[in-house]
Design a protein around this ligand. Structure first.
Ligand code: UD1
Ligand code: CA
Length: 450
């Protein structure tokens, strides 16, 4: 148990109907990971004592995705205050010891740990009971407007539907994030009713109740891009674009060359060392790590791959999960690699499939070589020794072991192991018939005449 006195509640019980999806909204991925995991990661960076996720009926998939964090069930979606109430039983034991509660939404994947940390500092520095995260969206329609007094304290939040024209004209809005004194928050929560235009239990009503008790609410402003919520596929695409821009900037600042940044698609965990060069139109799925000086050439697709220093991949290469490309190794065009390790300086330059294989250092895989790793029932492994030379268009029927320094003649279909330093030839004998082509043509012409 950490010493932290922070409890985090993530609201994710909304139905997300506008996504028109069978997948719960917060599980839709952004930069290769579910939205709610982005939120949990940002909150987790604050080292909270507890994180509880509020889900609605049918939230089993979310519960599974957020484990080991517990979920609280909100049976009916009666509003944001009602949702927070649903977490009461879960947080009660810790709440007895006091501390802070941070409330955020599961559908806001762009929030950063830095901003959450800034919220904690601001609440403390300003001696506030509640700190509400504000922002100025380009179009404030639909958001709760923040009403401040002359001293800058928050006096009220008005929801769009309850607002008068003058209030609607305000552009400072609530982003949906709230940090407050835990016991006070849950005490006031119980007093919130649903007498408003939507007939919902508004969390925003807390400002009024706090004011009546002389508790201080303040606002901290943040960049509007960071608190964008995702309610539709369009907003999902916009969040993706924003996150991509953020990830690309981080890579560039870390010393990575992106020749055409806008055409490179990164994942949340793409790890690129300084002096990696990425050419245009490269897609990084999750789980890619690339060491210094490696070059990823245009139109390559990588996921679950480790690429060591100075290696070169592509153009038009595909690295699937479990690929490990050794230092200085080269993977060329139209080569697919899966669950395969290539040793230092090994080469597979053209049109190959290497699956469930180990390729020793300095081995050369000829054009068109295929590991036949699947026999229709199970997968089998192929081992190719260091310095081996595999001639073009070989079919390596696994399980198979090719010894160090072995040479395999082109066009082989290998079903038996090859010892170290052996020369293996496995193709049918060629026969050349002198003048045979002429005789063949003559026969065909005769046939056509009859
Ligand atoms: C809410 C705020 C509004 C703020 C906006 C920011 C209230 C009353 N209004 O409005 O001031 O500007 O967010 O995005 O709080 N949820 C539940 N259970 C519920 C209702 C909502 O879990 O019963 C969750 C949703 O999954 C969602 C979040 O709470 O993640 C916000 O709910 P939503 O209904 O979209 O609130 P807004 O009307 O957008
Ligand atoms: Ca919303």
């Amino acid at each position: 148990m950490t010493e932290s006195s922070l409890i985090v509640v993530v609201l994710a019980a909304g139905k997300g109907t506008r996504m028109r999806s069978s997948l719960p909204k917060v599980l839709h991925p952004v930069a290769g990971r579910p939205m709610i995991h982005h939120v949990l990661a940002a909150a987790g960076a604050l080292d909270p004592a507890q994180i509880v996720v509020v889900v609605g009926p049918g939230g089993e998939a979310i519960a599974e995705a957020v484990a080991p964090h517990p979920v609280a069930l909100q049976e009916e979606q009666l509003g944001t205050a009602h949702a927070l109430q649903a977490a009461r039983a879960q947080v009660a034991p810790l709440l007895e010891r006091g501390g802070e509660v941070l409330v955020l939404y599961g559908d806001g994947p762009l929030i950063t740990a830095q901003t959450l940390q800034r919220m904690r500092r601001a609440r403390r520095d300003r001696g506030a009971d509640f700190l509400w995260l504000g922002f100025r969206p380009p179009d404030p329609t639909g958001y709760g407007r923040l009403l401040l007094d002359d001293a800058g304290a928050l006096t009220r939040i008005v929801e769009e539907k309850d607002a008068c024209a003058a209030e609607r004209a305000l552009d400072l809005c609530w982003a949906g994030l709230l940090l407050g004194d835990g016991p006070a928050l849950f005490r006031l929560l119980a007093g919130i009713d649903n007498r408003n235009a939507k007939g919902e239990y508004y969390l925003t009503a807390l400002v009024d109740l706090a004011g009546q008790e002389g508790l201080l609410s303040v606002v901290m402003e943040t960049d509007s891009d960071e608190v964008r919520g995702v309610n539709s596929r369009l907003e999902l695409a916009e969040a993706e674009a924003l996150l991509q821009r953020r990830l690309r900037r981080q890579a560039l600042e870390a010393g990575v060359t992106l020749v055409d940044p806008g055409s490179v698609h990164l994942s949340w965990d793409t790890a690129l060392a300084p002096d990696v060069v990425v050419e245009p139109h490269v897609v990084f799925g999750p789980g890619v790590t690339i060491a210094a000086g490696a070059r990823i050439r245009a139109f390559s697709h990588l996921e679950g791959a480790v690429i060591e220093a100075g290696a070169e991949v592509g153009p038009f290469a595909r690295l699937r999960p479990g690929s490990r490309i050794g230092p200085g190794a080269r993977i060329g065009n139209f080569v697919e690699i899966k669950a395969t390790t290539l040793g230092a300086g090994a080469k597979a330059g053209h049109l190959s499939y290497l699956g469930d294989a180990e390729v020793g250092a300095g081995a050369n895989i000829g054009a068109g070589t295929i590991t036949c790793n699947y026999d229709g029932f199970a997968k089998h492994r192929t081992r190719i020794g260091a310095g081996a030379f595999i001639g073009s268009n070989a079919s390596l029927v696994a399980p198979l072991c090719i010894g160090e320094g072995a040479v395999i003649g082109a066009g082989a279909t290998l079903v038996e192991d090859v010892p170290d330093q052996a020369l293996a030839l496995a193709r049918s004998q060629q026969t050349n018939r002198p003048e045979g082509a002429k005789r063949l043509r003559a026969r065909r012409e005769k046939l056509e005449r009859t």
